[in-house]
Design a protein around this ligand. Structure first.
Ligand SMILES: [Zn+2]
Length: 411
């Protein structure tokens, strides 16, 4: 259904949603997508369903990498025509509603979806493809949710055999969650963080790993053969052809995100040769990976919000002076004891600076890990403390936003 054919209430709700978002933006209150979607859904609770109808949609969900993978996938699908996407990371139904209302009639949409909302968003948007990236603990106080989330997804996906899945073969939780889906395209990008998948979600036995393979010791659950594989600085496609991937985004983890985007694009009939060149257009994602030059320092921002993404950030960061910043405000989770789940040893030998509300928790952790560091009060002091050249900044959610604000909300 095009927006012109929607019921009157949905048309009005769409218009009000756009206007509210625009007013909120004009008032300097972020990008307005949450308030815009909220108002639209108040007027027409079925608005997301109306706005999704007639579009070919891909959903992207998982604990880490959603925002970046969504951006890469939207770039790849752009080969076919205009693509609606929630590129500001507003990943709940209000954000989806706002993104589709704002985009107008586009034949395609790529939506990042919060893990908890995936069942609802599947019902309302009837996606063609869903990319499932990984499941791990997000904050310590939510650790037990990993297995529950996998179960919720498994139950939901079993009811939707019409949806093609693009799934991570290296994450046992994802393989199990997609286990009842008839159409799955598996990708392999490695799994650096394994502490949330030692126990089989099917039978409770131990999962063993060796040489990139994994298998349950008590039931048939094991790593499926992947069709899309990160190899060196490129991706092998299902035909066995290897494609060099030139990204502006750092790290092997982003090559994995690129492989996922190529697999989703293939499910829409786009060949890797068409999709690969589009991926290099993505430079930064809501400030993540942004590089800013200040006083002779090239500052790069990396967001790390949970143990798995800290390990990934160490992998992405150059061997250069590194500022770590930790807060423990509401969006970050109040408990910082997860710091002890992360091995900070990769930082040994680098000049390490620490800051943020919970810098002292970080100090204790680094001390135990034998990583020398210096505490700085401000971002300016950090810049002054390092020689000209690259400064890597790794920060959790609100600390990241604080530093972005100091750098004039870089994009
Ligand atoms: Zn098992």
């Amino acid at each position: 259904m095009t927006q012109g054919n929607m019921p009157l209430r949905a048309k009005v709700a769409t218009q009000v949603s756009r206007t509210a978002a625009a007013l909120s933006r004009a008032a300097g209150r972020g990008d307005g997508s949450v308030i815009g979607g909220w108002i639209g859904l108040k007027i027409d609770p079925d608005l997301l369903e109306h706005l999704a109808a007639g579009r070919a949609i891909a959903l992207v969900s998982g604990t880490n990498g959603k925002t970046t993978t969504t951006r890469l996938t939207a770039a790849a699908l752009g080969v076919l025509g205009p693509v609606a996407t929630n590129s500001f990371g507003a990943n709940m139904p209000t954000g989806h509603t706002s993104a589709l209302a704002k985009a107008g009639d586009t034949p395609y949409a790529v939506l990042e979806v919060d893990e908890h909302y995936l069942p609802q968003v599947i019902e309302e948007t009837r996606p063609r493809v869903i990319a499932l990236l990984n499941l791990s603990r997000d904050q310590l106080d939510r650790a037990k949710e990993v297995a529950m989330m996998a179960q919720l997804w498994r139950t939901t996906l079993a009811k939707h055999p019409e949806v093609a899945i693009v799934g991570n073969a290296d994450d046992p939780m994802i393989v199990w969650a997609a286990g009842n889906s008839p159409t799955v395209s598996w990708f392999s990008a490695g799994q650096r963080w394994q502490d949330d998948s030692w126990v089989c979600p099917e039978c409770g036995s131990t999962i063993e790993r060796q040489d990139g393979q994994w298998w349950c010791t008590g039931c048939p659950l094991r790593r499926p053969a992947p069709q899309w594989v990160v190899e060196d600085d490129g991706v092998l496609d299902p035909s066995g052809a290897w494609h060099l991937i030139r990204l502006q985004l750092p790290g092997r983890v982003n090559l994995g995100n690129a492989a996922t985007a190529l697999a989703v694009a293939a499910a829409f009939g786009i060949r890797p040769l068409q999709a690969v060149p589009t991926l290099s257009s993505v430079a930064s994602v809501a400030g993540r990976y942004a590089q800013v030059d200040r006083d002779g320092r090239n500052i790069r921002l990396l967001l790390a919000k949970n143990p798995a993404s800290w390990l990934e950030a160490f992998d992405m960061a150059d061997n250069a002076p590194t500022l770590l910043s930790i807060n423990a405000r509401d969006p970050d989770g109040l408990d910082t004891s997860w710091l002890f789940d992360v091995d900070f040893a990769p930082l040994r030998g680098r000049q390490v600076l620490i800051t943020g509300d919970r810098a002292y928790d970080l100090a204790v952790r680094l001390d135990v890990n034998d990583v020398p560091f210096r505490h700085v009060q401000t971002f300016g002091e950090a810049i002054a403390s390092v020689p000209p050249g690259r400064l890597e900044v790794i920060a959790n959610y609100t600390a990241f936003q604080d530093i972005r604000a100091e750098l004039d909300r870089v994009n």
